[in-house]
Design a protein around this ligand. Structure first.
Ligand code: PEP
Length: 250
Protein backbone atom coordinates (compact mmCIF):
# COMPACT_ATOMS: atom_id res chain seq x y z
CA UNK A 1 0.00 0.00 0.00
CA UNK A 2 1.32 3.39 -0.82
CA UNK A 3 1.02 5.95 1.92
CA UNK A 4 1.20 9.68 1.23
CA UNK A 5 4.11 11.25 3.03
CA UNK A 6 3.31 13.73 5.77
CA UNK A 7 5.82 16.37 6.81
CA UNK A 8 4.88 18.52 9.77
CA UNK A 9 6.64 21.47 11.34
CA UNK A 10 6.51 21.81 15.11
CA UNK A 11 7.07 25.47 15.83
CA UNK A 12 7.16 24.85 19.60
CA UNK A 13 7.04 28.11 21.66
CA UNK A 14 8.30 30.32 18.84
CA UNK A 15 6.73 33.06 16.71
CA UNK A 16 4.40 35.83 17.81
CA UNK A 17 1.22 36.09 15.72
CA UNK A 18 2.85 38.79 13.58
CA UNK A 19 6.02 36.74 13.08
CA UNK A 20 3.93 33.64 12.38
CA UNK A 21 2.15 35.27 9.45
CA UNK A 22 5.48 36.53 8.08
CA UNK A 23 6.92 33.01 8.32
CA UNK A 24 3.92 31.53 6.50
CA UNK A 25 4.36 34.09 3.72
CA UNK A 26 8.04 33.13 3.41
CA UNK A 27 7.39 29.39 3.44
CA UNK A 28 4.22 29.26 1.32
CA UNK A 29 5.91 29.13 -2.08
CA UNK A 30 8.65 26.79 -0.79
CA UNK A 31 6.51 24.00 0.62
CA UNK A 32 4.58 23.02 -2.49
CA UNK A 33 4.91 19.28 -3.18
CA UNK A 34 1.86 17.34 -4.29
CA UNK A 35 3.39 14.08 -3.03
CA UNK A 36 3.36 15.35 0.54
CA UNK A 37 0.80 16.46 3.13
CA UNK A 38 2.29 19.59 4.67
CA UNK A 39 1.29 20.63 8.20
CA UNK A 40 2.34 23.61 10.30
CA UNK A 41 1.79 22.87 14.00
CA UNK A 42 1.82 26.25 15.68
CA UNK A 43 1.33 27.81 19.13
CA UNK A 44 -2.34 28.20 20.09
CA UNK A 45 -2.34 31.97 19.79
CA UNK A 46 -0.98 31.75 16.24
CA UNK A 47 -3.62 29.31 15.00
CA UNK A 48 -6.22 31.80 13.77
CA UNK A 49 -3.85 34.10 11.86
CA UNK A 50 -1.94 31.11 10.45
CA UNK A 51 -5.15 29.40 9.26
CA UNK A 52 -6.08 32.67 7.55
CA UNK A 53 -2.62 33.05 5.99
CA UNK A 54 -2.67 29.43 4.74
CA UNK A 55 -6.04 29.75 2.95
CA UNK A 56 -5.76 28.71 -0.69
CA UNK A 57 -2.47 26.85 -0.13
CA UNK A 58 -1.60 23.16 0.34
CA UNK A 59 -0.72 23.80 4.00
CA UNK A 60 -2.85 22.32 6.80
CA UNK A 61 -2.66 23.75 10.29
CA UNK A 62 -2.07 21.72 13.43
CA UNK A 63 -2.03 22.47 17.15
CA UNK A 64 0.80 21.50 19.47
CA UNK A 65 -1.47 20.24 22.24
CA UNK A 66 -5.08 20.14 23.43
CA UNK A 67 -6.97 19.05 26.54
CA UNK A 68 -8.94 15.82 26.84
CA UNK A 69 -12.16 17.33 28.21
CA UNK A 70 -14.86 18.91 26.06
CA UNK A 71 -15.08 22.23 27.96
CA UNK A 72 -15.26 23.68 31.43
CA UNK A 73 -13.17 24.88 34.36
CA UNK A 74 -9.68 24.05 33.06
CA UNK A 75 -7.99 27.43 33.10
CA UNK A 76 -5.42 27.85 30.40
CA UNK A 77 -6.34 24.74 28.41
CA UNK A 78 -7.57 24.51 24.82
CA UNK A 79 -10.61 22.37 23.99
CA UNK A 80 -10.82 20.20 20.87
CA UNK A 81 -13.94 22.05 19.66
CA UNK A 82 -11.97 25.31 19.78
CA UNK A 83 -9.33 23.82 17.50
CA UNK A 84 -11.90 22.45 15.07
CA UNK A 85 -13.77 25.76 14.95
CA UNK A 86 -10.51 27.61 14.25
CA UNK A 87 -9.76 25.37 11.24
CA UNK A 88 -7.22 23.00 12.78
CA UNK A 89 -6.91 19.51 11.25
CA UNK A 90 -4.04 17.91 13.20
CA UNK A 91 -2.90 17.97 16.81
CA UNK A 92 0.43 16.85 18.24
CA UNK A 93 -0.18 14.65 21.27
CA UNK A 94 2.40 13.60 23.84
CA UNK A 95 5.46 15.39 22.53
CA UNK A 96 8.44 14.48 24.74
CA UNK A 97 8.71 18.12 25.87
CA UNK A 98 5.13 17.92 27.16
CA UNK A 99 5.87 14.63 28.85
CA UNK A 100 9.02 16.05 30.46
CA UNK A 101 7.92 19.56 31.46
CA UNK A 102 4.13 19.26 31.74
CA UNK A 103 3.67 15.85 33.31
CA UNK A 104 1.98 14.20 30.34
CA UNK A 105 1.75 10.44 30.72
CA UNK A 106 0.83 7.58 28.44
CA UNK A 107 -2.60 7.68 30.08
CA UNK A 108 -3.24 11.37 29.34
CA UNK A 109 -1.92 10.79 25.83
CA UNK A 110 -4.50 8.04 25.37
CA UNK A 111 -7.32 10.28 26.65
CA UNK A 112 -6.27 13.03 24.26
CA UNK A 113 -5.99 10.64 21.31
CA UNK A 114 -9.53 9.38 21.92
CA UNK A 115 -10.82 12.93 22.28
CA UNK A 116 -9.07 14.10 19.11
CA UNK A 117 -10.80 11.37 17.10
CA UNK A 118 -14.14 12.20 18.68
CA UNK A 119 -13.79 15.67 17.16
CA UNK A 120 -12.42 14.57 13.80
CA UNK A 121 -8.90 15.84 14.51
CA UNK A 122 -5.95 13.73 13.35
CA UNK A 123 -3.54 13.12 16.24
CA UNK A 124 0.19 13.11 15.63
CA UNK A 125 1.09 10.78 18.48
CA UNK A 126 4.66 11.13 19.71
CA UNK A 127 6.73 8.33 21.17
CA UNK A 128 10.44 7.95 21.78
CA UNK A 129 13.14 6.66 24.08
CA UNK A 130 15.75 8.47 26.16
CA UNK A 131 19.46 7.92 25.58
CA UNK A 132 19.64 5.82 28.74
CA UNK A 133 16.85 3.58 27.51
CA UNK A 134 18.58 3.15 24.16
CA UNK A 135 21.84 2.29 25.89
CA UNK A 136 20.01 -0.20 28.11
CA UNK A 137 18.68 -1.92 24.98
CA UNK A 138 15.03 -1.40 25.92
CA UNK A 139 14.05 0.98 23.10
CA UNK A 140 11.62 -1.32 21.30
CA UNK A 141 9.94 -2.56 24.51
CA UNK A 142 9.50 1.03 25.68
CA UNK A 143 8.03 2.25 22.38
CA UNK A 144 5.70 -0.75 22.16
CA UNK A 145 4.36 0.09 25.60
CA UNK A 146 3.82 3.75 24.66
CA UNK A 147 1.99 2.71 21.49
CA UNK A 148 -0.19 0.09 23.19
CA UNK A 149 -1.39 2.58 25.80
CA UNK A 150 -1.84 5.43 23.30
CA UNK A 151 -4.22 3.28 21.22
CA UNK A 152 -6.33 1.82 24.05
CA UNK A 153 -10.02 2.02 23.12
CA UNK A 154 -9.23 3.47 19.67
CA UNK A 155 -11.03 1.69 16.82
CA UNK A 156 -9.11 0.23 13.88
CA UNK A 157 -10.91 2.68 11.60
CA UNK A 158 -9.57 5.62 13.59
CA UNK A 159 -6.13 4.10 14.17
CA UNK A 160 -5.66 3.79 10.40
CA UNK A 161 -6.04 7.60 10.14
CA UNK A 162 -3.58 8.39 12.94
CA UNK A 163 -0.05 9.66 12.52
CA UNK A 164 2.67 8.38 14.83
CA UNK A 165 5.88 10.38 15.26
CA UNK A 166 8.85 8.34 16.40
CA UNK A 167 11.13 10.87 18.07
CA UNK A 168 14.14 9.58 19.98
CA UNK A 169 14.45 12.10 22.80
CA UNK A 170 18.23 12.23 22.44
CA UNK A 171 17.82 13.44 18.86
CA UNK A 172 15.37 16.28 19.51
CA UNK A 173 16.94 19.71 19.18
CA UNK A 174 20.41 18.24 19.65
CA UNK A 175 21.60 18.10 16.06
CA UNK A 176 22.08 14.31 16.57
CA UNK A 177 19.96 12.54 13.97
CA UNK A 178 19.23 8.84 14.44
CA UNK A 179 20.87 6.79 11.71
CA UNK A 180 18.49 5.73 8.97
CA UNK A 181 18.88 2.14 10.23
CA UNK A 182 17.94 3.12 13.79
CA UNK A 183 14.95 5.17 12.61
CA UNK A 184 13.72 2.49 10.19
CA UNK A 185 14.14 -0.28 12.79
CA UNK A 186 11.90 1.48 15.31
CA UNK A 187 9.33 2.66 12.75
CA UNK A 188 9.11 -0.93 11.46
CA UNK A 189 8.61 -2.18 15.03
CA UNK A 190 5.85 0.40 15.55
CA UNK A 191 4.06 -0.82 12.42
CA UNK A 192 4.38 -4.41 13.61
CA UNK A 193 2.93 -3.39 16.96
CA UNK A 194 -0.05 -1.76 15.21
CA UNK A 195 -0.55 -4.99 13.22
CA UNK A 196 -0.60 -6.93 16.50
CA UNK A 197 -3.09 -4.58 18.14
CA UNK A 198 -5.30 -4.33 15.05
CA UNK A 199 -4.52 -6.04 11.74
CA UNK A 200 -2.27 -5.82 8.69
CA UNK A 201 -4.55 -3.39 6.85
CA UNK A 202 -4.46 -0.88 9.73
CA UNK A 203 -0.69 -1.24 10.00
CA UNK A 204 -0.32 -0.68 6.27
CA UNK A 205 -2.45 2.46 6.39
CA UNK A 206 -1.09 4.26 9.44
CA UNK A 207 1.56 6.90 8.78
CA UNK A 208 4.73 6.91 10.87
CA UNK A 209 7.04 9.91 10.93
CA UNK A 210 10.59 10.20 12.15
CA UNK A 211 11.47 13.29 14.19
CA UNK A 212 14.73 14.46 15.71
CA UNK A 213 17.02 17.04 14.12
CA UNK A 214 15.72 16.34 10.61
CA UNK A 215 17.49 18.62 8.11
CA UNK A 216 17.46 19.18 4.38
CA UNK A 217 20.47 16.86 4.09
CA UNK A 218 19.16 13.99 6.25
CA UNK A 219 15.54 14.04 5.01
CA UNK A 220 15.93 12.27 1.62
CA UNK A 221 17.52 9.11 3.03
CA UNK A 222 15.27 8.99 6.11
CA UNK A 223 12.06 9.44 4.12
CA UNK A 224 13.11 6.78 1.60
CA UNK A 225 12.93 4.07 4.27
CA UNK A 226 10.12 1.53 3.90
CA UNK A 227 8.39 2.41 7.18
CA UNK A 228 9.12 6.14 7.41
CA UNK A 229 6.28 8.17 5.98
CA UNK A 230 7.67 11.64 6.54
CA UNK A 231 8.88 13.71 9.45
CA UNK A 232 8.05 15.88 12.42
CA UNK A 233 10.47 18.77 12.19
CA UNK A 234 11.28 21.23 14.96
CA UNK A 235 14.11 23.72 14.48
CA UNK A 236 14.32 23.46 10.70
CA UNK A 237 10.58 24.12 10.29
CA UNK A 238 11.18 27.78 11.17
CA UNK A 239 13.56 28.30 8.28
CA UNK A 240 13.38 28.29 4.48
CA UNK A 241 15.16 24.92 4.77
CA UNK A 242 11.75 23.48 5.58
CA UNK A 243 10.93 23.91 1.89
CA UNK A 244 13.89 21.68 1.01
CA UNK A 245 12.73 19.07 3.53
CA UNK A 246 9.22 19.08 2.05
CA UNK A 247 10.77 18.71 -1.41
CA UNK A 248 13.09 15.91 -0.28
CA UNK A 249 12.21 13.86 -3.38
CA UNK A 250 12.76 16.54 -6.04
C1 PEP B 1 10.42 18.18 17.50
O1 PEP B 1 10.27 19.15 18.23
O2 PEP B 1 9.48 17.40 17.35
C2 PEP B 1 11.71 17.97 16.85
C3 PEP B 1 11.92 16.87 16.20
O3 PEP B 1 12.63 18.99 16.97
P1 PEP B 1 14.03 19.13 16.16
O4 PEP B 1 13.72 18.85 14.72
O5 PEP B 1 14.46 20.52 16.41
O6 PEP B 1 14.95 18.10 16.73
Amino acid sequence: MSRKKIIAGNWKMNMTPTEAVQLVETLKPLVVNEDVDVVFCVPAIDIIPVVEACKGTNIQVGAENMYFEDKGAYTGEIAPAMLVDAGVKYVIIGHSERREYFAETDETVNKKVQKAFEYGLTPIICCGESLTQREQGITIDWIRQQIKIAFLNVSAENAAKAVIAYEPIWAIGTGKVATTEQAQEVCCAIRACIAEIYDDATAAAIRIQYGGSVSASSAPELFAQADIDGGLVGGASLKPDFGKIVNYNK
